[in-house]
Ligand binder design. Structure first.
Ligand code: AR6
Length: 168
């Protein structure tokens, strides 16, 4: 099991092998984490998305691109379920973390930073999203050694710390 550390901050600033993006099915950028990653990573991230994901990406799946100008080497894009659109299967949210770690293993990434997938525009309650993140990472077999769960604001930070504390 990787070391799981809650971190308060901006995912784009994380000095890790791979940062995970909370993307959408279209894979051409958006708001929230997605917008921040595309802005900070630059055009190379979008170009790689267009080339590698011509048909987009399914909910619960993950795939990688260059990280462009980010400190990280790769962006692992995953698409969380959109609760506001009626996608309330927690299995899809678990799949985002599991698939992202599989992609990290394919890349040989050892340090990975996740945002709270689906906890923003897609409307999942913070605490549920954080618990899903923490326990799914904890039970997934992976060669990743360090996972950062990155919280952007106070509420996410509290939920993240609570979720990681529940693992012990
Ligand atoms: N670093 C870390 N966390 C962040 C950052 C950041 N820079 N910015 C926001 N968060 P969201 P979703 C937090 O909406 O719910 C996009 O438009 C945020 O506070 O980014 O999966 C995509 O294109 C929240 O806790 O992702 C999709 O259409 C969490 O990250 C859609 O939103 C996730 O919020 C995906 O929605």
């Amino acid at each position: 099991m990787p070391t799981i550390t809650p971190v308060r901050g901006d995912i784009t600033q994380q000095d890790v092998d791979a940062v995970v993006n909370a993307a959408n099915n279209g894979m051409r950028g958006g708001g929230g984490v997605d917008g921040a990653i595309h802005r900070a990573g630059g055009r190379a991230v979008l170009d790689d998305c267009i080339q590698r994901f011509p048909g987009g990406l399914a909910t619960g799946d993950a795939g990688w691109t260059t990280a462009g100008q980010l400190p990280a080497r790769w962006v692992i894009h995953t698409v969380g379920p959109d609760l506001r659109a009626g996608e309330h299967d927690p299995g899809l949210l678990e799949a985002c973390y599991r698939r992202s770690l599989e992609v990290a293993d394919e890349l040989g990434a050892r340090t990975v930073a996740f945002p709270l997938v689906s906890a923003g525009a897609y409307g999942w309650p913070l605490r549920e999203a954080a618990l899903t993140a923490a326990y799914t990472v904890a039970i997934t077999r992976t060669d990743v050694t360090d996972v950062r769960l990155v919280a952007f604001d106070d509420d996410a930070w509290e939920s993240m710390r609570f979720a990681v504390m529940c693992l012990t």
